[in-house]
Design a protein around this ligand. Structure first.
Ligand code: HEM
Length: 127
């Protein structure tokens, strides 16, 4: 529970990122620059806070291999989200394909982070 509390603000920012993402998706093209930038900046703040919290928790800890695998997977999802988001905004590559990756990555990200937090919480409790 203690660990989960550290992720309340990043969690709220994640939800706000989703809200602005769906809002952005439901507005006409070209993309609304205000919504686009709000979506991008909230996502950036969420990523920075999440990384800070995880680095504090993992410092000096011998984390299980599965936790590391989950965190690497979520990091790859973040990279995919920023890359596809940027490419969609400039209209490069296949928009539909980028959009599909941008819709799947948040689901994998949320599941991966939740599982990593659950495992971290349980391994700290069992110490
Ligand atoms: C953790 C980070 C992010 C998450 C979780 C996220 C999530 C989402 C979601 C759920 C949507 C709505 C997709 C739909 O159903 O149509 C969306 C749309 C969008 N996002 Fe993100 N996003 C993130 C980061 C970014 C970044 C960094 C950028 C830009 C560099 C970006 C650019 C866009 C664009 C352009 C759309 C509109 C796509 C369209 O409908 O045409 N996103 N995002």
């Amino acid at each position: 529970m203690e660990i989960a509390q550290k992720f309340i603000l990043p969690g709220i920012l994640f939800l706000l990122t989703l809200v602005f993402g769906f809002w952005l998706s439901h507005t006409d093209k070209p993309l609304n620059p205000v919504l686009f930038n709000i979506h991008k900046l909230i996502a950036l703040a969420m990523v920075i806070l999440t990384v800070i919290q995880f680095s504090k928790i993992l410092k000096g800890m011998n984390a299980q291999a599965l936790i590391i695998v989950l965190l690497v997977t979520t990091a790859l999802c973040v990279i995919a989200l920023f890359a596809t988001g940027a490419l969609m905004s400039v209209g490069k590559l296949d928009y539909e394909m980028l959009h599909l990756v941008h819709k799947i990555a948040p689901v994998v990200l949320a599941v991966g982070l939740a599982a990593a937090l659950f495992l971290l919480e349980s391994s700290i409790r069992s110490l």
